[in-house]
Design a protein around this ligand. Structure first.
Ligand SMILES: [Zn+2]
Length: 111
């Protein structure tokens, strides 16, 4: 086996040369690379901050869905809009009923 797998190499953070992952000194620029390197995945769980409890704010920057998933999502959305619309209609009916009883009766008395 002559070729190294891609995972056995990394990029030197000083000269950006591809070097063996186990190297402690870069063969290109001869700088010490044993310090913490943020270009590789952090191996220790202690360096990862624990997730805060409770709801987390999410900033949605893009939606990259396959077309079929998007269509299915939109179908579910449209179906879910039906009970949502019925709830809004019921609320609007209740509000209209209350205002109708309050002011409709007064208007009828005034005329
Ligand atoms: Zn280097």
């Amino acid at each position: 086996m002559t070729a190294q797998p891609a995972s056995a190499t990394r990029v030197c953070r000083f000269c950006e040369a591809t070097i063996p992952a186990a190297a402690r000194v870069c063969p290109e620029c001869h700088k010490d690379i044993t310090g913490r390197d943020t270009s590789i995945a952090a191996p220790a769980a202690a360096t990862i901050e624990p997730l805060p409890l409770g709801p987390m704010p999410v900033s949605l920057v893009d939606i990259n869905l396959p077309f079929e998933s998007m269509v299915w999502f939109m179908v579910k959305w449209a179906v879910a809009a039906i009970p949502a619309f019925l709830m809004l209609a019921a609320i609007a009916f209740a509000v209209a009923l209350v205002f109708g009883l309050l002011f409709g009766g007064l208007a009828r008395l005034a005329s």
